[in-house]
Design a protein around this ligand. Structure first.
Ligand code: GDP
Length: 190
């Protein structure tokens, strides 16, 4: 689009187990919509979005790669870690296994990505948790307490947010939070 320019282009990767909502978060960020049954993630999908970080007075173009969650695609996804400035490490708050597996994904990121990469842990599907009942209408309930994830993120030096691709809650904020951190690092010359 004519007239729109940006100060930085940042590559983001979205990683985590299959079905935690990686594609849905990307679609929510770039298209502001939610699809109940998106095509299964095959390989890698791509989306781009301009965001304005007002505090730093910078417009940033995010180039986001949605990496596949299954083990069989590991060899495809690994090359996509290269050159990434930011990473969304996604788990599903209603599925403890996906949170446990986030450790493996983080190890993978640490092994292959730039050591200065900013990583934000994203607990997705918070719309399925209602605080006043243990089971939501969908039959799903929270399996990962916020405090536990927050503590682990702190220990690992990760940013943290809970979000919902379905409602849109905290989706753009997750990308913005990571972007602010990256801009801080750029300004500090890290
Ligand atoms: P991916 O394999 O990690 O890319 O996951 P998808 O984006 O394909 O999502 C897997 C399933 O979870 C789909 O049926 C989505 O509609 C659903 N889903 C994704 N995000 C959310 C969310 O925030 N809330 C709810 N309730 N469902 C979600």
């Amino acid at each position: 689009m004519a007239g729109i320019s940006w100060h930085y282009v940042l590559k983001f990767i979205i990683t985590g187990d299959s079905a935690v909502g990686k594609s849905s978060l990307l679609i929510r960020l770039t298209d502001q919509r939610f699809i109940t049954n998106p095509d299964p993630t095959l390989g890698v999908e791509f989306g781009s979005k301009l965001i304005n970080i007002e505090e730093q007075n910078k417009v940033v173009k995010l180039q986001c790669w949605d990496t596949a969650g299954t083990e069989s695609f590991r060899s495809i996804t690994r090359s996509y870690y290269r050159g990434a400035a930011g990473c969304l490490l996604v788990y599903d708050v209603t599925n403890r296994t996906t949170f446990t597996n986030a450790r493996t994904w983080l190890a993978d990121v640490r092994e292959h990505a730039d050591p200065h990469l900013t990583c934000i842990l994203v607990g997705n599907k918070v719309d399925l948790c209602s605080d006043d009942s243990s089971t939501s209408a969908s039959g799903k309930h929270r399996e990962v307490p916020t405090e536990e994830a927050e503590l682990w993120a702190k220990e690992e030096g990760l940013l943290f947010v809970e979000a919902s691709a379905k409602s849109g809650q905290n989706v753009q904020e997750a990308f913005e939070k990571a972007t602010r951190d990256i801009l801080d690092k750029i300004q500090r010359g890290v």
